[in-house]
Design a protein around this ligand. Structure first.
Ligand code: F6P
Length: 575
């Protein structure tokens, strides 16, 4: 909506062209040399916020590029978009909605009304209900059909209705409260529900059906199977009783939840102005409040609100989410690096890469600009990763020596989340060493020196050197938390949320819709009834073959009905 005021096609702007030229120039520059050329680089290319230090000095750019990127952001109207976002304007234009997840954590400067209703007041009323429920649960006042106290909670939800809560609960291991265990089932593969239920007692298990739409087939199928499990255990109890006592719903569609049979007082709601992948701050966070206590959930919200304030108020050049967004734009769009690794050096953050995969890729994996035209440039990286130490012994080889450059975020904490001596120093030393190694590499001369010191012959040195050279020049950010707490986790996740938004604004795409996931959902619904029987006309050859194979193996149709399929001779055994 602001495009008339700012550059309507950012890739046609002079600053865009300048950045393209700068990218060619920067590719020739040795990353490690930036520090010698610019002694203040480490501190000037860093931001210290209350919860963490963001060191972005190990990136493949100099001050001029940074200035140009900030210029690009201004030309794209980022400051205006930021204002509209916090003011509750309908910036999710393809769905005609505002985007107000900051309101869930007290992150707005001023209240916003939607349909004449204050957002702040509905949020605080719902939080109050959540708190009461958690207190009842922790006090042992909630019972199952037989009167046994609820000891286990199973969250049935997928995507944003799963990843946020589980990521946060894992991250806050050291902050668990109460003795109610929380479990997650996200996959419609019945193996997961079967496994989780195998360890549980039907008399003392509560299910949370978490679904913004309350139509997601995976979640609804799991919910129906969970009810059947209860019914098998308690044939004497009515479905109404079981649903009333042992089901809770979290949804933006309360009518659908009630229709399913959940009692109105057990339906916790959120709103269509909260995107699924940004919903952990809403009632979707109920499992977090159960596992870690309401106070810790509140601290998580407060941490995120502090990042909202920073993002809202800090000038672009001192704004952590903006800087991270611009670096991502730089690599993905100008330098042509399609992937970005998230590497937590905290076991508790092991689910963060998966969480950020949804948050970032479902938001910015787009190919149409806000005008509806083909965007013509990459809009966001492929996010991947896992805990750094495990990655070091798996895929870091690729990071160090592949010709592909994969920028990375190293995330660690100064304070350990345990009491074991010596571990944390090794962990942090590894984190610092890896970003240093990726940046500096090791040249042929140094390799040869090292091999010679080991007494190798000149011939051997010559033969081995090329394999041991690390070209370096691999960029990274380091986010060093003071400690991993509910508050710092909130700030960290909100940092990435705003990075994602700012990147989308600069690249002129809509970050808050996800039409790309609808196609597959629709086709799955269409194919599901065809698995067992029915005509397959109109389906492509591969799909027909897969379904026919399925039918043959399951015996869904007699072999006589199947076309001849040539079966290849088994090949020799392979590793
Ligand atoms: O909460 P729901 O409506 O079940 O949706 C789950 C997830 O599915 C998606 O729509 C993608 O398929 C996500 O955006 C969302 O988080």
């Amino acid at each position: 909506m602001q495009d008339a005021q700012f550059h309507s096609s950012i890739s046609q702007s002079a600053i865009w062209k300048q950045l393209q030229a700068r990218a060619l120039e920067m590719k020739k520059h040795r990353l490690a040399d930036f520090f010698a050329e610019d002694p203040a680089r480490a501190s000037d290319f860093s931001l210290e916020l209350p919860e963490f230090l963001l060191d972005y000095s190990k990136n493949q750019l100099d001050r001029r590029v940074l200035v140009d990127l900030l210029h690009l952001a201004r030309e794209a109207g980022l400051e205006q978009w930021r204002e509209d976002f916090f003011a509750g304007k309908p910036i999710n234009a393809t769905e005609g909605r505002p985007v107000l997840h900051p309101a869930l954590r007290g992150g707005l400067a001023e209240d916003v009304e939607i349909g004449g209703v204050s957002v702040t007041s509905v949020v605080s009323a719902e939080l109050g209900r959540l708190k009461e429920f958690v207190v009842l649960l922790h006090n042992g006042d909630l019972t199952g059909y037989s009167g046994k106290r609820i000891t286990d909670v199973v969250n049935l939800g997928v995507g944003g209705s799963h990843l946020g809560p589980q990521t946060a609960i894992e991250a806050l291991r050291a902050h668990r409260k109460g003795d109610v265990a929380v479990h997650f089932v996200s996959n419609v593969d019945g193996a997961q529900l079967t496994d989780v239920l195998a360890g549980l007692d039907a008399e003392s298990t509560l299910f949370i059906v978490s679904s913004k739409t309350f139509t997601t087939s995976e979640t609804m199928t799991n919910a129906r199977s969970a009810l059947k499990w209860l019914q098998r255990a308690a044939p004497e109890a009515s479905a109404e009783t079981l649903l009333g006592k042992q089901f809770v719903a979290v949804t933006a569609s309360p009518e659908a939840a009630q229709k399913f049979g959940v009692l109105p007082e057990r339906v916790f709601r959120f709103w269509d102005w909260v995107g699924g992948r940004f919903s952990l701050w809403s009632s979707i966070g109920l499992p977090i409040a159960i596992a870690c206590g309401f106070e810790n959930f509140r601290a998580l919200l407060d941490g995120a609100a502090s990042m909202d304030r920073h993002f809202r108020e800090a000038p672009l050049e001192a704004n952590a989410p903006v800087i991270m967004a611009l670096l991502s734009v730089w690599y993905c769009t100008f330098m042509g690096y399609p992937a970005h690794a998230v590497l937590p050096y905290e076991q508790a953050l092991h689910m963060l890469p998966a969480y950020l995969q949804q948050a970032d890729m479902e938001s910015n994996g787009k190919s149409v600009s806000r005008s509806g035209a083909d965007v013509g440039y990459p809009t966001g990286p492929l996010i991947w990763g896992q805990t750094g130490i495990n990655g070091q012994h798996a895929f870091y080889q690729y990071l160090h020596q592949s010709p592909q450059v994969v920028p990375a975020d190293f995330i660690g904490s100064v304070t350990p989340g345990h009491e074991l001596d010596g571990h944390h120093e090794i962990l942090l030393a590894n984190m610092f060493a890896q970003s240093q190694a990726l940046m500096n590499g090791v040249d042929a001369e140094s390799v040869a020196r090292e091999l010679s010191a080991k007494g190798l012959s000149q011939e051997e040195i010559k033969r081995l050197t090329p394999f041991k050279v690390h070209r370096g020049g691999k960029p990274s950010n380091t986010i060093l938390l003071k400690e991993l707490s509910p508050r710092s986790l909130g700030a960290l996740i909100a940092l990435y949320e705003h990075k994602i938004f700012a990147q989308g604004v600069v690249l002129q795409i809509y970050s808050f819709d996800q039409w790309g996931v609808e196609l597959g959902k629709g086709l799955a619904n269409k194919l599901e009834p065809k698995l067992a029987s029915g005509a397959l006309e109109g389906e492509d050859g591969s799909t027909v073959q897969l379904i026919e194979y399925y039918r043959r193996i399951t015996g869904a149709v007699t072999p006589a009905e199947l076309p001849e399929v040539e079966v290849a001779e088994p090949a020799g055994e392979q590793a």
